[in-house]
Design a protein around this ligand. Structure first.
Ligand SMILES: N[C@H](CCC[C@H](N)C(=O)O)C(=O)O
Length: 268
């Protein structure tokens, strides 16, 4: 079976998008997702995105990391799907309902409300998620926020100085995080956030939309910045708006790279 796809990215965080809303596709296994995402033997992406019909929203967006793991949220892909869909839409994800509003260069996405309770992150045991009494070498006293998916956020003097390629996987797989975790290291300068992210199931990426949301919320709760806040990632900048009790709104670019097709049997 020949299957069409669209290759898109949000600030260099890249996606293969499969659209099963009209044409039924075979069941997508985590093995097939990982094979398609493989940059050497497959098409290559950070996340694979599958669009399906939904009874609860305009459509459903499913998210598979490049290791094959299916997860709840993907901010950059939400903007890419908004641009592709071309009009305002409510979208069902495993992390809740999000609202997409295309702009002429990408999209504004309402990501829903963040959660802060230790068992909503989730953590393996109770603790204060605003300043967790844990550390990994120079990374200490983080915040934890769930923005549909789980994030831990460390504030440091210089995010470029952190050996994230080594500490990221160590923290991602720590037993404190029963569903693993996305690892954010950030510094704050001139009212803006500089952010690097080790993504659960995908590793270092050029940008992470949900990481930008979680880090902005953590910084706003600590009084380090004011809303709206610019978050500078290696791939570019996003703007995040949030205040206590409200939903998170993220705005930024999305880009279509190319369209193609592949033989499903080659990856099944
Ligand atoms: N790159 C995505 C994050 C994917 C999240 C995934 N790594 C997870 O396991 O939650 C974003 O822009 O939000």
């Amino acid at each position: 079976m020949r299957v069409p796809f669209i290759k898109m990215h949000g600030l260099g965080n890249d996606f293969i998008i499969l659209d099963a809303r009209e044409a039924q596709l075979p069941d997508l296994s985590e093995q097939t997702a990982a094979a398609l995402a493989n940059r050497r033997t497959g098409i290559g992406c950070d996340q694979l995105i599958l669009l399906e019909t939904s009874d609860a929203a305009d459509f459903r967006m499913r998210i598979f990391n490049s290791d094959g793991s299916e997860v709840e949220a993907c901010g950059n892909a939400s903007r890419a799907v908004a641009l592709m869909h071309g009009e305002r839409a409510c979208v069902e994800t495993d992390g809740g309902i999000i609202t997409l509003s295309p702009t002429n260069s990408g999209a504004r996405v309402d990501m829903g409300e963040p959660a802060f309770e230790w068992d909503a992150i989730p953590l393996d045991y109770a603790m204060d998620t605003a300043a967790m009494p844990v550390s990994w070498e120079m990374l200490a006293n983080p915040s934890a926020v769930n923005v549909g998916n789980p994030h831990v956020v460390f504030f440091v003097p210089d995010c470029e100085a952190v050996p994230l390629d080594r500490l990221g996987p160590e923290i991602e797989h720590d037993p404190l995080f029963p569903e693993r975790i996305n690892v954010n290291v950030a510094d704050v300068r001139d009212g803006a956030i500089n952010l690097r992210v080790w993504e659960r199931g995908a590793g270092l990426t050029r940008a992470c939309g949900t990481g930008a949301c979680a880090t902005a919320v953590a910084a706003l709760k600590r009084g380090l910045v004011t809303s709206p806040v610019t978050v500078n990632l290696p791939g570019g900048a996003l703007t995040i708006e949030w205040s206590e009790g409200s939903t998170i709104v993220m705005e930024g670019p999305a880009t279509e790279a190319f369209r193609g097709s592949f033989e499903w049997a080659d990856y099944a």
